[in-house]
Design a protein around this ligand. Structure first.
Ligand code: GLA
Length: 375
């Protein structure tokens, strides 16, 4: 099975963590449909950790907690599928999950069969309590094999926190996406750190196996497990989402979809940003200014002869972000220039093939989709 676009959906962890239950999963699925998120492309509804009993059943299989998931996984899976959505679940490559539920180490084949039997379409596979003597590459590879032998198409989302130089070997295991960072929190420094940590790693992301900088905190508004009241507002969410799209990331929403504000819905369904994120070629952006600048600019080749140009201000002071075309190989004598359209405001810039300095308010960004024109 090959995946050719970074997956889009919702995951329970950021908001619900240990408080997950079948009601909030159903309500998340309902909200995905009612808000138009499904029609914008979000399709997976993923239950993260804390869905199972702490012991396996007498048959050695994982058992959903009957108090929090009384209807069972088949009923929940049917419900999610009846909404035109796909069903995701969670397990761990270690002996236990991060919260102490049974992990799938050495139980990969029986667990994959259980997940397939529940109609699972996506498996997030974590890395806690991993035996010191075991080899991560072998374990992720074994689960990929186990999923394949079920005969069901199941997206395999590896999640080892970016450890063990995972970017160098994960593609060989059969995983379709892999976490290349630690856990995100709802703070601007965490968002930036997640992105900046990929400077040397984003090149490994490509169709078939995508980098995953973690679930989105867009619209959490301080509520939930990873919520930090007051530390992110609409500007920080906008920059967070723009960065994830520019870096071609899986878009797994983590907020409470039942209470998503209209501004956040508008952001999450921005057609141009989603077009950049889901671009078929998934090319890494090129930093087109002084590398590591706190007001950086980026250029990204897209398919269909288009490209994206983005200006960020990571600082707390308004100022200009510079774009140096020569850093992307474009010269003023080339006879072509960039015609740019901003994805939030529709503002048009260009044609231009010379130094461009744009004013960007603190923590904000400007993102353009561009086309080449003769000059
Ligand atoms: C790890 C993962 C998180 C989440 C928790 C669940 O920390 O990185 O995304 O799945 O485990 O326990």
């Amino acid at each position: 099975m090959i995946i050719t676009k970074p997956p889009m959906g919702w995951n329970s962890w950021n908001t619900f963590a240990r408080g997950v239950n079948e009601r909030v999963i159903r309500e998340a699925a309902d909200a995905m449909v009612e808000t138009g998120l499904r029609d914008a492309g979000y399709e997976y509804v993923v239950i993260d950790d804390c869905w199972s009993l702490k012991e396996r059943g007498p048959d050695g299989r994982l058992v959903p907690n009957p108090e929090t998931f009384p209807s069972g996984m088949n009923a929940l899976s049917d419900y999610i599928h009846s909404k035109g959505l796909k069903f995701g679940m969670y397990s761990c490559a270690g002996i236990m999950t991060c919260t102490g539920a049974p992990g799938s180490y050495d139980k990969e084949f029986i667990d994959a069969e259980t997940f397939a039997g529940w109609g699972v379409d996506y498996l997030k596979y974590d890395f806690c309590h991993f035996p010191a003597v075991a080899d991560p590459r072998e374990s992720y590879s074994r689960m990929a094999m186990a999923l394949e032998t079920t005969g069901r198409d199941i997206v395999f989302s590896a999640c080892n926190g970016g450890l063990c130089e995972v970017e160098k070997w994960i593609r060989s295991t059969g995983a379709h996406l892999y976490r290349c960072t630690t856990d995100i929190t709802e703070t601007f420094p965490s968002i930036l750190e997640h992105c900046r940590s990929q400077d040397e790693k984003i090149r490994y992301s490509a169709p078939g196996c995508y980098n995953d900088m973690d679930m989105l905190v867009v619209g959490m508004d301080g509520i939930g497990h990873h919520g930090h009241p007051g530390l992110c507002g609409d500007t920080e969410y906008k920059t967070h989402f723009a960065l994830w799209c520019l870096f071609g990331q899986p878009l797994m929403m983590g907020s409470d979809l039942r209470r998503l504000r209209p501004e956040m819905l508008e952001l999450l369904t921005n057609k141009d940003l989603l077009r950049i994120d889901q671009d078929a070629e998934c090319r890494p952006p090129i930093e087109a200014g002084i590398k590591g600048d706190s007001r950086p600019s980026f250029f990204k080749h897209l398919s269909d002869r288009q490209f994206a140009v983005a200006f960020f201000n990571f600082t707390d002071e308004d100022g200009c972000a510079d774009f140096r075309p020569w850093d992307i190989g474009l010269t003023t004598s080339a006879g072509v220039g960039m015609s740019l359209r901003e994805v939030f405001t529709g503002e048009v810039v260009g044609p231009v093939n010379d130094f461009l300095s744009l004013y960007v308010p603190a923590r904000d960004c400007k993102v353009f989709i561009g086309e080449w024109v003769t000059m």
